[in-house]
Design a binder for this molecule. Structure first.
Ligand code: CS2
Ligand code: MG
Length: 403
């Protein structure tokens, strides 16, 4: 089954997405998500200039060999650009394999290990009242798990606060990074009040998640985790930057609050210590940034050995192709935890025609062969690339901080 064409489509239906399209001599087409928020063109170039020409003539059925060829053959390994590019090719090849077999990808991965995939949505607000109103909206939609984020009083901008019109939150903006101002002490005083408010309003029958977004030192993260224990978070996410995996030993000494990390990771080596030392409870690596289905399964298999469950990233800047691939993996692995699902803007739903379903807080990838997503390239052409950047965070004294 030789590959006859491999192309990259950069478009902006609702937000920027990079989509890989691979065609075979048999007329079967597969698609992959190569979107890296704020660095889309870097991945598009890596693919167009250095990967796609090498795919022509290769056997589309040899997914593992292609993965190794692209990973080891580049000599320069790992990193978000490289691994997102490899991921997109990998996802497209699994799509092709499923279509050739006449089966949804999850069947190729061993079949369903559960009936459906529990997802969590994003509730947010400019104040606690708005947060609770949005939280209730998610409960009304059937979510069993909801993430809570609220603007920190006194700070002009806070991560994760969705627009007033309730369209899908998109943090990237402008033709250059906007600069946000951050003050940790204000956040540490406020976060427990926010979680207490949600529990008082909605009780303990719903899974309550919160994203710290890399902003604390390890000891501050330990303090936050301990302060939130009465409110039983499902997890706190990215409590501290995770380049230093050993830093999580300090957090673990101070709190039993579950920890989720990994959306910025791109390989198993980024989380090997976190998993093998049980320093986290959920690994958030995504199918589109961590080398595709082939590599993500390795991460989750390692995690299973140490009692760590999956909690994959699924923000709106991961395309519907990525979400579909994630759902196939989520359905098939034994140590599934939860899947993030923010939904996608209307324009994206015009371009990516999906088979996955949402019902009462759970999702299923569907039974269509392959991923179950059709990419309408013509519709995509109506939405040209629109350069956008993620914000830069600075502390009150101007020091650059983690966003
Ligand atoms: C967030 C994301 O979904 C999450 O957990 O961390 O919104 C993240 O900020 C974006 O995906 C970055 O592009
Ligand atoms: Mg996050």
């Amino acid at each position: 089954m030789k590959i006859t064409d491999a192309r990259v489509v950069v478009s902006s239906p609702g937000r920027n997405y990079v989509t890989v399209v691979i065609e075979t001599e048999d007329g079967i087409t597969g698609i992959g998500d190569a979107t890296l928020n704020g660095r889309e063109l870097a991945v598009a170039s890596y693919l167009r200039d250095h990967v796609c020409p090498l795919l022509i003539g290769r056997d589309a059925r040899r997914i593992e060999d292609t993965w190794q060829y692209l990973y080891k053959g580049a000599y320069w390994r790992r990193g978000p650009v490289t691994m997102t590019a490899i991921a997109a090719v990998d996802i497209a090849l699994w799509d092709i394999k499923g279509k050739a077999a006449g089966m949804p990808v999850y069947q190729l991965l061993g079949g369903a290990a559960r009936e459906a995939v529990m997802v969590y949505g994003h509730a947010s607000g400019a104040d606690l009242q708005e947060l609770c109103e949005d939280f209730q909206r998610h409960l009304d939609q059937g979510y069993k798990a909801v993430r809570a984020q609220a603007a920190v009083p006194g700070l002009e901008k806070t991560y994760g606060i969705g627009p007033a019109d309730r369209t899908v939150y998109e943090p990237a903006s402008g033709s250059a990074p906007q600069e946000d101002v951050w003050e940790t002490s204000a956040y540490l005083d406020f976060a427990p009040k926010m979680m207490e408010c949600v529990r008082e309003e909605f009780g303990y029958g719903v899974h309550l998640l919160h994203d710290v977004h890399h902003r604390l030192t390890p000891i501050e993260a330990g303090r936050l985790g301990a302060a939130l224990e009465p409110y039983r978070p499902f997890w706190i996410e990215d409590p501290t930057p995770a380049e230093d995996q050993s830093a999580f030993r300090l957090i673990r000494q101070h709190t039993t609050t579950p920890i989720a990390v990994g959306e910025v990771f791109n390989s198993i080596w980024d989380c090997q210590q976190l998993i093998t030392e049980r320093l986290i409870d959920y690994i958030r690596t995504s199918v589109s940034h961590t080398g595709g289905i082939t590599h993500l399964r390795r991460v989750f298999s390692l995690a299973e050995l140490y009692g760590v469950r999956s909690g994959s990233h699924g923000a709106g800047d991961l395309s519907p192709v990525s979400l579909a691939a994630a759902l196939h993996v989520d359905l098939s692995i034994p140590n599934f935890g939860i899947q993030e699902y923010m939904g996608h803007r209307e324009q994206a739903r015009e371009v990516f025609l999906t088979s996955y379903t949402f019902d009462d807080g759970y999702m299923h990838p569907g039974e269509a062969p392959g991923l179950g997503v059709e990419f309408d390239e013509e519709a995509a052409a109506a939405y040209p690339y629109d350069p956008k950047y993620l914000p830069v965070n600075r502390r009150l004294d101007g020091t650059v901080h983690d966003w």
